[in-house]
Design a protein around this ligand. Structure first.
Ligand code: DGJ
Length: 353
């Protein structure tokens, strides 16, 4: 640096005697910034209703999805409705995360052309993956649909499809579709009880909301545990402090409606009456239930309401509404959506003011 001549200031416009004070301010600001960076890094925010970028910066495509935990990593499966894909195929995407906020794209475990000649309007929705520790297979259930003979719509067959894989995020092999226990099945939900028992929840249009166990190899639906004679889709169940909570939405297509919940001491019932989970005029804040995810931490247990904010005309842009529920003692309430953070180790969720 050339020597300063007399009368020349180090920083033009700043009196040299003020420089030490300015340095101090700059230091303090730098220290504050250093302290704040790890704080933000440790508490990533989940932002309901916003675009949710994955590790590639692309909006997560896991609509109508479900999550399983495998060796400390969460895997989120859902309908991949990305723009520009081959429209004759149906796609499921899989993402992984350790903190439920940052998601890494893993694979499209399903990229399926019409597997049983259902016709061009066939449907694959709401994929859910179970892990079978006996067979060491990952088993995916999905809503498979299409027109029945003489019909043109996409929702007449009302079946579940089953696919398997040796690895959680591998390419799943499609096996078959069928009507579980000979009942119609449209929206499906997944529930794994605390003792590891897997259940399929399915919407049976003529009768209501059914919960059933799976066979030993998980490839079949074995036995009905319960029929709640109400027309609910987007069904989900969680088990908390000795009580089962079931939620579901009314049947209004892609449009939101006030989702409701009931409780029971046993999955088989009797179930309480169904009540609103949020102010009914908000129509579940524009979302529809897909899963209740229980995070058991060292300090607290948080149950996350996972919902879809569908955009039927721009489906790829459909958003997610995830919020920690106010739940316990038979009550369940979805707080007003706001950005929030979750520490998966402690189980503590914090909603921003
Ligand atoms: C509501 C269901 O919950 C969705 O999964 C989808 O099947 C739409 N209906 C189609 O209208």
């Amino acid at each position: 640096m050339p020597p300063r001549t007399h009368g020349q200031r180090l920083f033009p416009g700043v009196m040299d005697e003020n420089i030490p004070a300015m340095r101090k301010i700059a230091w303090n600001a730098a220290i504050l910034l250093l302290l704040a960076v790890p704080l933000f890094a440790e508490t990533p925010l989940i932002r309901p209703g916003e675009v949710w970028p994955d590790n590639r910066g692309q909006h997560v495509q896991a609509h109508g999805g479900g999550i399983i935990l495998v060796h400390g990593t969460y895997y989120w499966f859902g309908e991949d409705r990305s723009q520009g894909q081959d429209r004759s195929k149906r796609y499921v995407a899989c993402y992984s995360s350790k903190d439920l906020a940052h998601w890494t794209f893993r694979n499209q475990p399903i990229k399926l052309s019409d597997p049983e000649n259902f016709g061009p309007t066939w449907v694959l929705e709401r994929p859910k993956v179970f892990y079978n520790a006996k067979t060491k297979k990952y088993v995916m259930y999905m809503h498979i649909d299409g027109p029945s003979p003489g019909h043109t719509g996409g929702y007449d067959l009302a079946r579940v499809g089953v696919a398997v894989s040796d690895t959680v995020d591998g390419d799943y092999r499609y096996l078959r579709s069928f009507r579980p226990l000979d009942h119609q099945s449209r929206d499906i939900g997944q529930f794994i009880d605390d003792d590891g028992t897997p259940y399929l929840i399915f919407e049976d249009r003529p009768f209501g909301f059914r919960i059933a166990t799976l066979s030993g190899d998980y490839l079949n639906v074995e036995k009905e545990v319960c029929l709640i004679p109400l027309h609910l889709e987007g069904g989900a169940v969680v088990h908390l402090d000795g009580l089962y909570y079931a939620i579901g939405s009314a049947l209004t297509g892609w449009n939101p409606n006030p989702n409701k919940y009931a409780t029971a001491k046993s999955l088989a019932g009797p179930w309480s009456e169904f009540k609103d989970i949020a102010p009914p005029e908000t129509k579940t804040y524009g979302s529809q239930s897909t899963m209740l995810l229980k995070i058991v931490g060292k300090k607290a247990t948080t149950v996350i309401f996972m919902g879809d904010i569908w955009k039927p005309r721009t489906q790829w842009d459909s958003r997610y509404l995830w919020m920690p529920l106010e739940i316990g003692n038979g009550k369940l309430w979805l707080p007003e959506p706001k950005p929030w953070s979750l520490d998966v180790k402690s189980g503590v969720a914090t909603i921003l003011k």
